[in-house]
Design a protein around this ligand. Structure first.
Ligand SMILES: [Zn+2]
Length: 369
């Protein structure tokens, strides 16, 4: 096997990544070495490598030079001596969620509640995150990376590496649906249905048996495109043309949706989310997975009277990732709506900055190292 590999590394904020030749790492006993075939680029990546330390100083980046790349998929090349269920040749998605593995949350299988919660190749939510980055310094913009066995999702042959490179946001949507208690026969209201998380929530929700998905967005062409995914089960409304909450109630005999997924962008006004929340039924759930730009002034008496649950959600468990992969394997989940824009590693900077031209949640930008 070769001794060196090419990785795109960021040496300073606001500068382009450079292609550097570095040694191929050796996996530790509980880790594997993955030959990266595709790595998805999320819309937020440009913010992370340009603005994160200014915007969110409590969420540190890995120290430089750093290898970014949040959503890698590839083939297992080597396994450490303590790896039990994975073998060389396995096709995998590598979930970037890293945690300490030994705190109470981790031991309960709730790694996203760990104090060390770190997204490999992206940023940490912990001031002590560098401890995790030191253990896993290789993101997906690299020919090879190491990863712990606990982070691997086995992907079936009919799930392409490009599609697997979208698993981060698909899984984020799936985790939100799970937190909403989504089940067959229910009605969902998805705020921001045309975006990456919105389209993903729609496709996954339909696969999970929702009878109807109601969605709001700003772009009429993209709204029609989302509706065309399942015209009999999807209804759409343009934001700004009346109250989304009233609209959802009018389409459900006055009851409201069983749950609301708020997948608005981080720059959205709070008023948009507040309005959509009012479209949930008594006892329903409102799951925020996108954030809004401001604090939310919530009428807690309404929350109490209607027994509404307001839930924050991010990322997903590796087991949930496996559920999605298995749904693709059986054909229950169809990811053919994704339109791939493929870039070689040498064009990673162009790929990251080109994302603003994407076609809502339908475009899938992937780097192929
Ligand atoms: Zn932990």
């Amino acid at each position: 096997m070769e001794q060196t590999m090419v990785a795109a590394r960021l040496h300073a904020l606001g500068t382009p990544m450079t292609l550097d030749t570095i040694p191929i790492p050796k996996p530790r006993p509980t880790d594997v070495l993955v030959r990266v075939k595709a790595c998805g680029i999320v819309p937020n990546m440009a913010n992370v490598i340009n603005n994160w330390p200014t915007w969110f100083p409590h969420q540190p980046l890995p120290k430089f030079p750093a290898i970014f790349g949040l959503d890698p998929a590839g083939v297992v090349e080597q396994v450490g001596e303590a790896v039990i269920n994975v073998k060389p040749g396995d096709r995998v998605y590598v979930s970037p969620l890293r945690s300490c593995g030994s705190c109470k949350a981790c031991r309960a299988g709730k790694r996203s509640e760990c104090r060390y919660y770190t997204l490999n190749g992206y940023f940490s939510t912990s001031r002590d995150g560098q401890r995790i980055f030191d253990l896993y310094p290789y993101g997906g913009f690299s020919e090879y990376m190491t990863a712990p066995e606990y982070a691997l999702v086995n992907i079936p042959d009919n799930l392409s590496f490009e599609q697997a490179g979208r698993f981060g946001y698909l899984g984020t949507a799936y985790g939100a649906l799970k937190n909403a208690g989504a089940a067959s026969g229910q009605v969902a209201l998805i705020d921001g249905i045309t975006g990456t998380l919105g389209v993903a929530s729609t496709v996954l929700g339909l696969a999970m048996g929702l009878t109807r998905v109601l969605g709001t967005g700003r772009d009429e062409r993209l709204l029609e495109r989302v509706k065309s995914l399942a015209p009999d089960r999807i209804e759409v409304m343009k934001l700004g043309e009346g109250s989304a909450g009233d609209w959802a109630k009018s389409l459900t005999g006055g009851d409201g949706a069983d749950f609301v997924i708020s997948a608005l962008g981080a720059k959205a006004p709070a008023a948009t989310m507040l309005d959509s929340m009012k479209g949930v039924r008594r006892g329903g759930k409102v799951v925020n997975v996108g954030g809004v730009a401001e604090d939310l002034p919530i009428d807690v008496k309404w929350l109490m009277d209607e027994q509404v649950h307001l839930i924050g959600s991010n990322w997903f468990t590796t087991a949930q990732g496996q559920e999605m992969a298995d749904m693709v394997g059986t054909g229950a989940l169809d990811l053919s709506y994704l339109e791939h824009r493929r870039f070689p590693l040498a064009r990673v900077n162009e790929a990251i900055s080109g994302l603003k031209d994407r076609d809502g949640g339908f475009s899938n930008y992937v780097v192929m190292p």
